[in-house]
Design a protein around this ligand. Structure first.
Ligand code: FMN
Length: 242
Protein backbone atom coordinates (compact mmCIF):
# COMPACT_ATOMS: atom_id res chain seq x y z
CA UNK A 1 0.00 0.00 0.00
CA UNK A 2 1.16 3.51 -0.69
CA UNK A 3 0.47 6.38 1.68
CA UNK A 4 0.88 9.97 0.63
CA UNK A 5 1.73 12.03 3.69
CA UNK A 6 1.51 15.80 3.46
CA UNK A 7 2.66 18.20 6.20
CA UNK A 8 1.74 21.87 6.08
CA UNK A 9 2.89 23.53 9.30
CA UNK A 10 5.28 26.46 9.05
CA UNK A 11 6.86 25.08 12.23
CA UNK A 12 9.28 22.17 12.15
CA UNK A 13 10.45 20.44 15.32
CA UNK A 14 7.96 22.46 17.41
CA UNK A 15 5.00 21.52 15.25
CA UNK A 16 2.21 19.55 16.87
CA UNK A 17 0.51 18.58 13.61
CA UNK A 18 3.80 17.20 12.26
CA UNK A 19 4.37 15.27 15.47
CA UNK A 20 0.85 13.84 15.37
CA UNK A 21 1.10 12.75 11.74
CA UNK A 22 4.42 11.01 12.52
CA UNK A 23 2.76 9.45 15.55
CA UNK A 24 -0.03 8.02 13.38
CA UNK A 25 2.39 6.49 10.86
CA UNK A 26 4.41 4.98 13.72
CA UNK A 27 1.24 3.38 15.09
CA UNK A 28 0.59 1.85 11.64
CA UNK A 29 4.13 0.46 11.52
CA UNK A 30 3.67 -0.91 15.01
CA UNK A 31 0.64 -2.77 13.73
CA UNK A 32 2.74 -4.19 10.88
CA UNK A 33 0.92 -2.30 8.16
CA UNK A 34 3.26 -2.52 5.18
CA UNK A 35 3.30 0.75 3.29
CA UNK A 36 5.46 2.88 1.10
CA UNK A 37 5.53 6.52 1.95
CA UNK A 38 5.26 9.36 -0.53
CA UNK A 39 6.11 12.41 1.57
CA UNK A 40 5.40 16.01 0.66
CA UNK A 41 6.12 19.05 2.80
CA UNK A 42 4.09 21.79 1.14
CA UNK A 43 5.96 24.47 3.07
CA UNK A 44 9.15 23.38 1.28
CA UNK A 45 7.79 22.19 -2.07
CA UNK A 46 4.91 24.62 -2.24
CA UNK A 47 2.76 24.10 -5.33
CA UNK A 48 2.67 27.29 -7.41
CA UNK A 49 -0.21 29.65 -6.79
CA UNK A 50 -2.81 29.87 -9.53
CA UNK A 51 -1.60 32.13 -12.33
CA UNK A 52 -3.47 33.44 -15.37
CA UNK A 53 -1.67 30.86 -17.54
CA UNK A 54 -2.74 28.07 -15.20
CA UNK A 55 -6.33 29.28 -14.99
CA UNK A 56 -6.61 29.20 -18.79
CA UNK A 57 -4.64 26.01 -19.38
CA UNK A 58 -6.46 23.94 -16.77
CA UNK A 59 -9.85 24.44 -18.46
CA UNK A 60 -8.52 24.01 -21.99
CA UNK A 61 -9.28 20.48 -23.26
CA UNK A 62 -6.12 18.34 -23.07
CA UNK A 63 -5.99 17.77 -26.83
CA UNK A 64 -6.09 21.52 -27.51
CA UNK A 65 -3.32 22.55 -25.11
CA UNK A 66 -0.24 24.25 -26.51
CA UNK A 67 3.25 23.20 -25.42
CA UNK A 68 3.35 26.25 -23.20
CA UNK A 69 0.06 25.26 -21.53
CA UNK A 70 1.37 21.73 -21.02
CA UNK A 71 4.48 23.14 -19.39
CA UNK A 72 2.34 25.33 -17.13
CA UNK A 73 0.38 22.30 -15.97
CA UNK A 74 3.32 19.90 -15.66
CA UNK A 75 3.90 20.20 -11.90
CA UNK A 76 0.16 19.98 -11.22
CA UNK A 77 -0.08 16.90 -13.49
CA UNK A 78 2.71 15.28 -11.49
CA UNK A 79 1.08 16.08 -8.16
CA UNK A 80 -2.25 14.66 -9.36
CA UNK A 81 -0.48 11.48 -10.43
CA UNK A 82 1.03 11.13 -6.95
CA UNK A 83 -2.37 11.61 -5.34
CA UNK A 84 -4.07 9.12 -7.64
CA UNK A 85 -1.31 6.53 -7.13
CA UNK A 86 -1.75 6.64 -3.36
CA UNK A 87 -4.03 4.21 -1.59
CA UNK A 88 -4.30 6.41 1.45
CA UNK A 89 -3.74 10.08 2.22
CA UNK A 90 -2.62 11.61 5.51
CA UNK A 91 -2.83 15.40 5.60
CA UNK A 92 -1.55 17.25 8.65
CA UNK A 93 -1.91 20.98 9.16
CA UNK A 94 -2.46 23.75 11.68
CA UNK A 95 -5.43 26.07 11.62
CA UNK A 96 -4.32 29.52 10.47
CA UNK A 97 -6.83 32.33 10.82
CA UNK A 98 -9.71 29.87 11.08
CA UNK A 99 -8.85 28.07 7.87
CA UNK A 100 -6.00 26.16 6.24
CA UNK A 101 -2.38 27.25 5.70
CA UNK A 102 -2.02 28.94 2.32
CA UNK A 103 0.53 26.31 1.23
CA UNK A 104 -2.11 23.61 1.65
CA UNK A 105 -4.64 25.72 -0.26
CA UNK A 106 -2.07 25.94 -3.07
CA UNK A 107 -1.88 22.13 -2.91
CA UNK A 108 -5.67 21.86 -3.30
CA UNK A 109 -5.61 24.33 -6.19
CA UNK A 110 -2.94 22.21 -7.83
CA UNK A 111 -4.66 18.84 -7.44
CA UNK A 112 -8.24 19.84 -8.31
CA UNK A 113 -7.98 19.14 -12.01
CA UNK A 114 -10.61 18.52 -14.67
CA UNK A 115 -9.94 15.25 -16.45
CA UNK A 116 -7.50 14.05 -13.79
CA UNK A 117 -8.82 14.15 -10.24
CA UNK A 118 -12.41 14.74 -11.33
CA UNK A 119 -14.13 13.83 -14.54
CA UNK A 120 -17.50 14.41 -16.13
CA UNK A 121 -20.14 11.71 -16.40
CA UNK A 122 -22.41 11.46 -19.45
CA UNK A 123 -25.11 13.48 -17.64
CA UNK A 124 -22.68 16.33 -17.00
CA UNK A 125 -22.21 15.62 -13.31
CA UNK A 126 -18.70 15.53 -11.89
CA UNK A 127 -17.14 12.33 -10.64
CA UNK A 128 -14.28 12.68 -8.15
CA UNK A 129 -11.48 10.24 -8.78
CA UNK A 130 -10.30 9.81 -5.19
CA UNK A 131 -13.12 7.49 -4.22
CA UNK A 132 -10.88 4.54 -3.37
CA UNK A 133 -8.41 6.45 -1.18
CA UNK A 134 -8.66 6.35 2.59
CA UNK A 135 -8.15 9.85 3.92
CA UNK A 136 -7.19 11.28 7.29
CA UNK A 137 -6.91 14.95 8.21
CA UNK A 138 -4.94 15.80 11.33
CA UNK A 139 -5.39 19.40 12.36
CA UNK A 140 -3.98 21.40 15.25
CA UNK A 141 -5.65 24.47 16.66
CA UNK A 142 -4.53 27.03 19.21
CA UNK A 143 -8.09 27.66 20.43
CA UNK A 144 -10.88 25.27 21.32
CA UNK A 145 -13.41 25.03 18.51
CA UNK A 146 -15.22 21.96 19.77
CA UNK A 147 -19.01 21.93 20.03
CA UNK A 148 -20.14 24.20 22.82
CA UNK A 149 -17.05 26.42 22.77
CA UNK A 150 -17.48 30.14 21.93
CA UNK A 151 -15.23 29.61 18.88
CA UNK A 152 -17.22 26.69 17.46
CA UNK A 153 -18.76 28.75 14.66
CA UNK A 154 -15.33 30.05 13.56
CA UNK A 155 -14.19 26.69 12.16
CA UNK A 156 -13.77 27.39 8.45
CA UNK A 157 -11.10 24.69 8.17
CA UNK A 158 -13.16 21.51 8.56
CA UNK A 159 -15.90 22.46 6.04
CA UNK A 160 -13.33 23.72 3.52
CA UNK A 161 -11.37 20.46 3.66
CA UNK A 162 -14.52 18.36 3.51
CA UNK A 163 -15.88 20.26 0.50
CA UNK A 164 -12.64 20.32 -1.50
CA UNK A 165 -12.04 16.60 -1.08
CA UNK A 166 -15.70 15.55 -1.37
CA UNK A 167 -15.58 17.12 -4.83
CA UNK A 168 -12.62 14.85 -5.57
CA UNK A 169 -14.62 11.82 -4.48
CA UNK A 170 -13.52 11.45 -0.85
CA UNK A 171 -16.62 10.25 0.96
CA UNK A 172 -15.89 9.77 4.64
CA UNK A 173 -12.57 11.30 5.58
CA UNK A 174 -11.33 10.91 9.13
CA UNK A 175 -10.61 13.99 11.22
CA UNK A 176 -8.44 14.22 14.31
CA UNK A 177 -8.41 17.78 15.61
CA UNK A 178 -5.98 18.55 18.42
CA UNK A 179 -7.43 21.47 20.36
CA UNK A 180 -6.97 23.67 22.34
CA UNK A 181 -3.18 23.94 22.07
CA UNK A 182 -1.24 27.20 21.83
CA UNK A 183 -3.86 29.40 23.49
CA UNK A 184 -4.66 27.03 26.35
CA UNK A 185 -2.97 26.36 29.67
CA UNK A 186 -0.37 23.57 29.82
CA UNK A 187 -2.77 21.11 31.39
CA UNK A 188 -5.48 21.62 28.74
CA UNK A 189 -2.81 21.41 26.03
CA UNK A 190 -1.49 18.12 27.36
CA UNK A 191 -5.02 16.75 27.54
CA UNK A 192 -5.74 17.86 23.96
CA UNK A 193 -2.65 16.06 22.68
CA UNK A 194 -3.54 12.99 24.70
CA UNK A 195 -7.06 12.98 23.22
CA UNK A 196 -5.64 13.35 19.71
CA UNK A 197 -3.16 10.51 20.22
CA UNK A 198 -5.93 8.26 21.59
CA UNK A 199 -8.05 8.98 18.50
CA UNK A 200 -5.06 8.28 16.26
CA UNK A 201 -4.42 4.98 18.09
CA UNK A 202 -7.98 3.93 17.38
CA UNK A 203 -7.81 5.02 13.75
CA UNK A 204 -4.52 3.16 13.28
CA UNK A 205 -6.35 0.00 14.36
CA UNK A 206 -9.10 0.66 11.82
CA UNK A 207 -6.59 1.40 9.07
CA UNK A 208 -4.68 -1.80 9.85
CA UNK A 209 -7.91 -3.75 9.45
CA UNK A 210 -8.71 -1.91 6.24
CA UNK A 211 -5.19 -2.52 4.89
CA UNK A 212 -5.59 -6.25 5.45
CA UNK A 213 -8.95 -6.29 3.66
CA UNK A 214 -7.62 -4.13 0.82
CA UNK A 215 -4.64 -6.43 0.34
CA UNK A 216 -6.91 -9.48 0.33
CA UNK A 217 -9.31 -7.92 -2.16
CA UNK A 218 -6.38 -6.76 -4.29
CA UNK A 219 -4.86 -10.23 -4.30
CA UNK A 220 -8.21 -11.77 -5.26
CA UNK A 221 -8.71 -9.24 -8.04
CA UNK A 222 -5.19 -9.85 -9.29
CA UNK A 223 -5.87 -13.58 -9.44
CA UNK A 224 -9.24 -13.07 -11.15
CA UNK A 225 -8.18 -10.62 -13.83
CA UNK A 226 -4.67 -11.98 -14.22
CA UNK A 227 -3.19 -8.54 -13.77
CA UNK A 228 0.47 -8.14 -13.13
CA UNK A 229 1.83 -5.21 -11.24
CA UNK A 230 3.89 -2.81 -13.30
CA UNK A 231 6.21 -1.56 -10.60
CA UNK A 232 6.33 -3.32 -7.24
CA UNK A 233 4.72 -0.30 -5.60
CA UNK A 234 2.00 0.19 -8.23
CA UNK A 235 -1.50 -0.25 -6.81
CA UNK A 236 -3.48 -3.06 -8.39
CA UNK A 237 -6.29 -0.79 -9.42
CA UNK A 238 -3.89 0.87 -11.83
CA UNK A 239 -3.07 -2.34 -13.64
CA UNK A 240 -6.33 -4.28 -13.51
CA UNK A 241 -9.01 -3.08 -15.94
CA UNK A 242 -12.38 -2.28 -14.35
C1 FMN B 1 -0.38 32.63 11.65
C2 FMN B 1 -1.14 31.82 12.66
C3 FMN B 1 -2.52 31.89 12.68
C4 FMN B 1 -3.23 31.13 13.59
N1 FMN B 1 -4.59 31.20 13.59
C5 FMN B 1 -5.30 30.43 14.45
C6 FMN B 1 -6.72 30.45 14.44
O1 FMN B 1 -7.36 31.12 13.65
N2 FMN B 1 -7.37 29.67 15.31
C7 FMN B 1 -6.71 28.87 16.19
O2 FMN B 1 -7.37 28.15 16.94
N3 FMN B 1 -5.38 28.82 16.22
C8 FMN B 1 -4.65 29.59 15.38
N4 FMN B 1 -3.28 29.54 15.40
C9 FMN B 1 -2.61 28.62 16.33
C10 FMN B 1 -2.23 27.32 15.65
O3 FMN B 1 -3.33 26.75 14.98
C11 FMN B 1 -1.74 26.34 16.71
O4 FMN B 1 -0.61 26.86 17.37
C12 FMN B 1 -1.39 24.99 16.10
O5 FMN B 1 -1.17 24.08 17.13
C13 FMN B 1 -0.16 25.08 15.22
O6 FMN B 1 0.10 23.81 14.67
P1 FMN B 1 1.60 23.34 14.49
O7 FMN B 1 2.14 23.15 15.89
O8 FMN B 1 1.54 22.09 13.73
O9 FMN B 1 2.33 24.43 13.78
C14 FMN B 1 -2.55 30.29 14.51
C15 FMN B 1 -1.15 30.24 14.47
C16 FMN B 1 -0.45 30.97 13.56
C17 FMN B 1 1.05 30.89 13.53
Amino acid sequence: MRIMHVDASAKREHSNSRALSRYFLERLRERHVAFELDYLDVTVDTPPHVTEEFAIATYTPAEERTDSMKATLASSDALCARLLAADALVFAMPMYNWSMPSAFKAFIDSVTRTGLTYKFAADGSTVGQLGRQKVLFITSRGADLRAGSPYQSMDALTPALKAAFAFLGVKTPGFVDAQPLQFANPEARAQALERARAELDELAGQWAQWAKTTEAVGAARGATCGATRGAADEPLSATCEE
